[in-house]
Design a protein around this ligand. Structure first.
Ligand SMILES: [Mg+2]
Length: 278
């Protein structure tokens, strides 16, 4: 795994001359990790930068998150970019809509598990149960260290009898346990689906996908995009399957600013170049 800025001179040309599709995770990537999901706020600076990037020629933006689509759209708050919520189970963008089909009975099962979980988690301080429509999340960042095993036991107790029949799926993120529908769909598959959309390469220009994320669920995207684009893990270099790493969300902003500087305004590039030629 290499530090991305050490290879900047090698990567710069590709970023400048391709249609860059930036797939950006939110928590821990665009915004610092916070104690509770509602406190993870994107800075004005980052938001402004994303807005600029979204208006650039040869640049597309997609925010890929485990949050619900409604939530992620609300916290980022930009129009004209693509949002992928619930790890790709729901996608919305200009002329683009996708909602995963969920096996019949899943909603009822998830509803039962939610009620059971509320009871099982009732005595544990700091735990947050979040219903995201397609998925249920149990956040334990604020739970005392010695109580974390209680959260895990409660979660497994509530889901175990549905696992055998493959009626639900589980996933584990940073300080979060998740219940998901039993579908073969993840951040990686949804990114590959997005890349097959025509709007990403209308002129036949080469497309360079860039995926930046910090969590376990981003690994699916790293493996899908390996050798096809730039894969960037955010955090201390370690077990990730990404090719590059950045140290934190500040590094991510620095990188996005560098990409932004490489890209021309949409619709004005031609004029400016003509003027320069004169
Ligand atoms: Mg994240």
């Amino acid at each position: 795994m290499r530090y991305l800025f050490n290879d900047w001179s090698k990567l710069r040309g590709g970023l400048e001359n391709s249609r860059v599709v930036l797939f950006l995770d939110y928590d821990g990537t665009l915004a610092p990790i916070a104690d509770t999901p509602d406190k993870a706020v994107i800075s004005k600076e980052a938001k402004g930068l994303l807005r600029e990037l979204s208006k650039k020629r040869g640049c597309r933006l997609a925010v890929i998150s485990g949050r619900s689509l409604k939530d992620i759209k609300g916290v980022v708050g930009l129009k004209d970019i693509i949002y992928s919520g619930n790890h790709g189970l729901e996608i919305d963008g200009p002329e683009l809509k996708f909602k995963s089909v969920v096996p019949s009975g899943f909603k009822e099962t998830a509803g039962k598990i939610k009620l059971d979980l509320l009871k099982r988690l009732a005595g544990i301080k700091g735990v947050i149960l979040e219903d995201k429509g397609y998925t249920l999340s149990v956040h334990y960042r604020l739970v005392k260290k010695e109580d974390i095993h209680l959260v895990k036991a409660a979660f497994h107790g509530a889901v175990i009898r549905y696992l055998a029949g493959k009626r639900v799926k589980l996933s584990y993120g940073k300080m979060v346990l998740e219940l998901k529908p039993p579908v073969e769909w993840d951040k990686g598959k949804s990114v590959m689906w997005l890349l097959t959309r025509r709007e990403f390469a209308p002129g036949g220009d080469p497309v360079l996908p860039v995926y930046i994320g910090d969590d376990v669920t981003d690994e699916d995207a790293f493996s899908s995009l390996r050798k096809k684009g730039l894969t960037v893990f955010v955090g201390k270099p370690g077990k990730s399957g990404a090719e590059y790493y950045l140290k934190g969300h500040r590094d991510v902003l620095k990188f996005l600013r560098m990409v932004n500087d490489l890209k021309r305004e949409r619709g004005h590039g031609g004029d400016r170049e003509r003027k320069r030629a004169l």
